[in-house]
Write a protein that binds this ligand. Structure first.
Ligand code: GDP
Ligand code: MG
Length: 246
């Protein structure tokens, strides 16, 4: 069993990417499973094989405990932990060789509370991977690029899993914006020269960049389907070293 977790800031397109990648893979004849771990999702653009909302719903928690929307989402995400064992069992019953796992809309609830790392650990088999989904519109600015790299690094520290960095919504980027991003990743000095930062913060950023912390992303679009073949290829490389996953 190969589990692929989709992590990223709210609205970056995790759910959309799970939908389009799963459709793309199914069209290629691959057998895949989808798990939704977002108890607050109002709408999902795919049909999950396993859906946490069958067990835990942020909406119900809101009514039952008379919590506000934010507090009920936090409580719901924390409660997902109690279902980890059962989700794992269901995944074994469904028996898909690859699972795409969608995570709660707001990344900090999953990445920066206890529950997320536990769930990733619990639902990972021998092979597992995190796809960090960044938003194209945000990453095209200098500050957006720098902070995205630091967030992706934070999530690597948090999950301790191999990670692929994906820029979703590439359909919204011009060729120039794409080449800027690639340039900043491959030649961090070009970014460090123009970023507006006090010296101390700039030096920290320089250390991160020089240690390989700026990663060249893969550009994809859940909307148009561009780059999905490359993303699948990267998933395969992590799984088998290049050979087909099934
Ligand atoms: P999530 O919170 O990370 O799960 O994000 P969603 O998948 O719900 O997507 C958030 C919004 O971004 C939705 O309105 C999507 O239609 C939109 N979106 C997602 N992927 C793309 C994409 O590749 N291109 C464009 N233009 N919009 C996208
Ligand atoms: Mg979502």
């Amino acid at each position: 069993m190969y589990t692929v977790f989709f992590i990223g800031t709210a609205g970056s397109g995790k759910s959309s990417l799970v939908a389009s990648l799963s459709t793309w893979m199914e069209d290629q004849g691959y057998d895949i499973g989808i798990v939704n771990l977002d108890p607050a999702a109002e709408y999902l653009p795919y049909v999950p094989d396993i859906d946490i909302r069958d067990r835990i719903s942020a909406r119900k928690i809101m009514k039952q405990y008379k919590l506000g929307p934010n507090a009920s989402i936090i409580a719901a995400v924390d409660m997902v932990v109690t279902e980890a064992e059962r989700i794992k069992e269901e995944m074994e019953v469904v028996g898909a060789p690859i699972y795409l796992i969608d995570t709660p809309g707001q990344m900090e609830l999953f990445a920066f509370r206890q529950s997320g790392a536990y769930l990733v650990q619990k639902l990972s088999d021998v092979h597992s991977l995190v796809v960090y989904v960044a938003d194209a519109v945000y990453i095209q600015t200098i500050d957006g690029f720098a902070t995205t790299m630091l967030l992706a690094l934070s999530s690597r520290i948090r999950f301790k899993k191999p990670q692929i960095l994906v820029v979703n919504k590439a359909d919204l980027l011009t060729e120039d914006a794409i080449s800027n991003i690639i340039n900043w990743a491959e030649d961090p000095e070009t970014l460090l020269e123009s970023i507006d930062l006090p010296n101390y913060e700039k030096e920290i950023l320089r250390s991160v960049a020089n240690m390989g912390g700026f990663i060249t992303p893969l550009f994809v679009s859940a909307k148009t389907g561009e780059g999905l073949d490359k993303l699948y290829y990267q998933l395969q490389v992590h799984y088998t070293g290049g050979e087909d996953a099934q």
